[in-house]
Design a protein around this ligand. Structure first.
Ligand code: PRP
Length: 209
């Protein structure tokens, strides 16, 4: 039988996902000795694992070249919905927050505020829910820089420990939503490979609980 193919988000979520597989009892030696390789067999070929950037995990699953994916809720909220979200994996916990310079009231005054973010869709819907008119500027990384150099009044970004905000004299003004890693599935795979997917989800649930 063809291996079930799973796309894993490289970096922050990678280690916890591999730990989860190992707790289930799946051998992940190929991933531990990966070098520059991008595709690995785990559990003696029961699964094929693909390592990709978060947004690409969604692309591979949506196009059906990967049956399953492990990706943060942040990326899901920003990047698409044509797949099933099967499980909250309980790791990669952090929050989306609106932040700005310490001691300054972000909401003060009538002038439309400018907000810098890597997540324009999340940011727009947050302010729409408040009926607030804001100008959103897309930044690719280290968003914390934007209010410091005067590009924006605030940022919407991921806060995990809060140390990046603290180190830059910024503070959370309001939390937007909670984030954690999710298991997602291609809609066709969910029908065609139902039993294998259900077996994996069951095993993951046993560990998470
Ligand atoms: C994220 C986020 C913050 C930081 C928050 O960036 O954009 O900058 O982590 O974490 P903390 O609250 O624990 O300080 P990441 O490290 O993923 O890098 P990036 O800015 O290049 O995306």
């Amino acid at each position: 039988m063809k291996s079930l193919r799973i796309a894993l988000t490289k970096g922050r979520l990678e280690k916890s996902t591999v730990e989860l597989f190992e707790k289930i009892g799946y051998n992940c030696d190929e991933i531990h000795n990966k070098g520059r390789k991008l595709i690995f067999r785990i559990a003696d070929g029961k699964f094929e694992v693909v390592l990709a950037k978060a947004a690409d995990v969604i692309t591979y699953v949506e196009h059906g070249v990967c049956d399953l994916g492990v990706v943060g809720k942040d990326t899901i909220l920003e990047n698409g919905t044509s797949f099933y979200e099967l499980l909250d994996l309980g790791f990669g916990k952090c929050r989306f927050a609106l932040a700005g310079k310490k001691g300054i009231d972000f909401f003060h005054g009538y002038k439309a505020k400018t907000v810098a973010t890597k997540y324009p869709k999340v940011t727009r819907s947050f302010f729409e829910s408040k009926n607030m008119d804001v100008r959103v500027i897309k930044i690719e990384g280290s968003v914390e820089l934007a209010p410091l150099v005067g590009l924006s009044d605030g940022i919407v970004d991921i806060v995990e420990t809060g140390s990046t905000l603290k180190a830059n004299n910024l503070e959370v003004k309001e939390y937007v939503t909670d984030i954690s890693a999710r298991l997602i599935a291609n809609t066709a795979s969910l029908k065609l490979r139902k039993n294998e997917i259900e077996e994996l989800v069951g095993k993951m649930e046993d560990i998470i609980e």
